[in-house]
Design a protein around this ligand. Structure first.
Ligand SMILES: Cc1ncc(COP(=O)(O)O)c(C=O)c1O
Length: 467
C-alpha cells in the first residue's frame, strides 16, 4: 500500500496501536466494572454501526428539502426517518407536534430551546442543581453564574423540600408569581420521583410561561409508557438520546404545533414554535448536523417501539426498586424514601460517610457512580450522597436477584470506607493514600474489587468484541 492509501485504509489497530490500546483498555474497564452512573448506558451494535458509517462524511446544513449543500438525497431521508420515528416513539400526532433531531447533545438542545422561546435576559425557572436539576436549567451559585443558561438568561431556581426531598410545588407557585418567568423547566438529573406535569402546567399558565420539559434522564421510560409523559402538558420537550433511551450521544427537541389557545372572541392563537426552534438550532447555534448521530437516533427510536424495549425499561425500574429496597434493608437512608424511576439517591449522612469517599471507594472496587448533593445538604462542594442508576446494568442483563449481590458489594465497600476513614482521619487525600498504601487496607480493597470484577465480567456488553 502507498503511504496515503495506508493512511486511509488501514485499521486503527494497525495504524495507531497507542490509541487502540487505550480504547481496548476502556472496553475492558466497561466489561469488568459495574456501571451505575444514572446517565450512562451501553448503546446497541446497530447504533454504533450508524455512528461509524459514511453518513459522518456529509455536510447538510438546513433541514430536509432545504439544504445549503447538494448531495443530500439520502441524508434527507435519514433525517425524515429519524423525525418520523421520534414522533411515533412518543405516540405524537404530527399535526400537533414537530421535532428537530439535529442538536449535538442535551446541553446545546436546551440552549436552543431558550434561544427559541425568549429574548436574551428572559426569565427562566428550573430545579436547582443541588436539588436534582441540571446545569442547563439556569445554574448559578451565589457568587458566580456557572451555566451559559444563567449568563444569557435570568434564572431563579426552585427547590425540593429539605425534609421530604420532594419538589416544593407550592413554593414554586409562590416564587413564580413574583419572578414572572417566561419559561418553567420541568426536568431532572437526580430526582427519583415522577414529575407532576399537570401542576407545572398550572403554574406556567398562571404566569403566562412556556412549560419546557427536559426529559433527558427519563426519555426511555416515557417512550416505554411506564411513567407519566410530559407531552400531555408541555409546550416544548427536549431529551438526550443516550441515557435511558440507549441511543447515540445526541439531543432532540419536540415542539408544539397547531392551536395554542382561543381568545374570548373565539379567535385562535397558533403556536409559532416550529420556525423558532428550527432557526435556533440552525443557523442560531449550530452548523452542519451530525448525520451519523441522526441515523443512530432513527435506529434508537425504532428499537424504542418494540415490546423488548418496554420490557427492558420495566426491568430498569424493577432493578432500581430492588436496589433501593436492598439498601434500605441494610440501614441506608434514601432521599424521598424510595424511587419510581431508574435511579436512587442515597443519603449517607446517617451512615457517617461523605459522598466523595463513597464515590472513591466504590470506584476502587470497580463500581462507577457519582457523589451528589442530597436534600438539606449545607455545601454543594462537599455532597453527602451518591446517585446510583440501573439503566446500564439492566442493559447487560442484570435482574432483581443480581441487584441483591450489587447491594452487598456496595454495602461492603461503604463499610470498608468507614474502616479506612477511622484510621486515615478527616482529609480525603489521607483517605486516598490509605486506600492505596495502608498494608491493612490494600488487600481488602483488592479482594473486594476482584469479587466485583469476577461477577461483572459474566454479563455481556453490546457492541464490538474488544473495542
Ligand atoms: C436533565 C438533563 N438535561 C440535559 C443534559 C445535558 O446533556 P449533555 O451531557 O448531552 O449535554 C443532561 C446530562 O446529564 C441532563 O441530565
Amino acid at each position: 500500500m502507498s503511504g496515503n492509501a495506508k493512511l486511509l485504509h488501514e485499521n486503527v489497530w494497525d495504524q495507531d496501536p497507542e490509541l487502540m490500546d487505550l480504547i481496548k483498555k476502556e472496553k475492558q474497564r466497561q466489561l469488568r466494572g459495574l456501571e451505575m452512573i444514572a446517565s450512562e448506558n451501553f448503546t446497541s451494535l446497530s447504533v454504533l454501526q450508524c455512528l461509524s458509517s459514511c453518513l459522518h462524511n456529509k455536510y447538510s446544513e438546513g433541514l430536509p428539502g432545504q439544504r445549503y449543500y447538494g448531495g443530500n438525497e439520502f441524508i434527507d431521508q435519514v433525517e425524515l426517518l429519524a423525525q418520523k420515528r421520534a414522533l411515533e416513539a412518543y405516540r405524537l400526532n404530527p399535526e400537533e407536534w414537530g421535532v428537530n433531531v439535529q442538536p449535538y447533545s442535551g446541553s446545546p438542545a436546551n440552549l436552543a430551546v431558550y434561544t427559541a422561546l425568549i429574548e436574551p435576559h428572559g426569565r427562566i425557572m428550573g430545579l436547582d442543581l443541588p436539588d436534582g436539576g441540571h446545569l442547563t436549567h439556569g445554574f448559578m451559585t451565589p457568587t458566580k453564574k456557572i451555566s451559559a443558561t444563567s449568563i444569557f438568561f435570568e434564572s431563579m431556581p426552585y427547590k425540593v423540600d429539605p425534609v421530604t426531598g420532594l419538589i416544593d410545588y407550592d413554593k414554586l407557585a409562590e416564587t413564580a408569581k413574583l419572578f414572572k418567568p417566561k419559561v418553567i423547566v420541568a426536568g431532572i438529573s437526580c430526582y427519583s420521583r415522577c414529575l407532576d406535569y399537570k401542576r407545572f402546567r398550572e403554574i406556567s399558565d398562571a404566569n403566562g410561561a412556556y412549560l419546557f420539559a427536559d426529559m433527558a434522564h427519563i426519555s426511555g421510560l416515557v417512550a416505554a409508557g411506564i411513567i407519566p409523559s410530559p407531552f400531555e402538558y408541555a409546550d416544548v420537550v427536549s431529551t438526550t438520546t443516550h441515557k435511558t433511551l440507549r441511543g447515540p450521544r445526541a439531543g432532540v427537541i419536540f415542539f408544539r404545533k397547531g392551536v395554542r389557545s382561543v381568545k374570548a372572541n373565539g379567535d385562535k392563537v397558533y403556536y409559532d414554535l416550529e420556525a423558532r426552534v428550527n432557526q435556533a438550532v440552525f443557523p442560531g447555534l449550530q452548523g452542519g448536523p451530525h448525520n451519523n448521530a441522526i441515523a443512530g437516533i432513527a435506529s434508537a427510536f425504532l428499537q424504542a417501539q418494540t415490546p423488548e424495549f418496554k420490557e427492558y425499561q420495566e426491568q430498569v425500574v424493577k432493578n432500581s426498586r430492588s436496589l433501593c429496597a436492598g439498601l434500605i434493608e441494610k440501614g441506608y437512608s434514601v432521599a424521598t424514601g424510595g424511587t419510581d424511576v431508574h435511579l436512587v439517591l442515597v443519603d449517607l449522612r446517617p451512615a457517617g460517610i461523605t459522598g466523595a469517599r463513597a464515590e472513591y471507594i466504590l470506584e476502587e472496587i470497580s463500581i462507577a457512580c457519582n457523589k451528589n448533593t442530597v436534600p438539606g445538604d449545607k455545601s454543594a462542594l462537599n455532597p453527602s450522597g451518591i446517585r446510583l442508576g440501573t439503566p446500564a446494568l439492566t442493559t447487560r442483563g442484570l435482574g432483581e436477584q443480581d441487584m441483591e449481590k450489587v447491594v452487598d458489594f456496595i454495602d461492603r465497600g461503604l463499610k470498608l470506607s468507614k474502616e479506612i476513614a477511622a484510621v486515615s482521619g478527616p482529609k480525603l487525600v489521607d483517605f486516598k493514600e490509605s486506600v492505596h498504601k495502608n498494608a491493612q487496607f490494600v488487600p481488602k480493597v483488592k479482594a473486594l474489587r476482584d469479587e466485583v470484577e469476577l461477577f461483572s465480567s459474566k454479563f455481556p456488553l453490546p457492541g464490538y468484541e474488544d473495542y
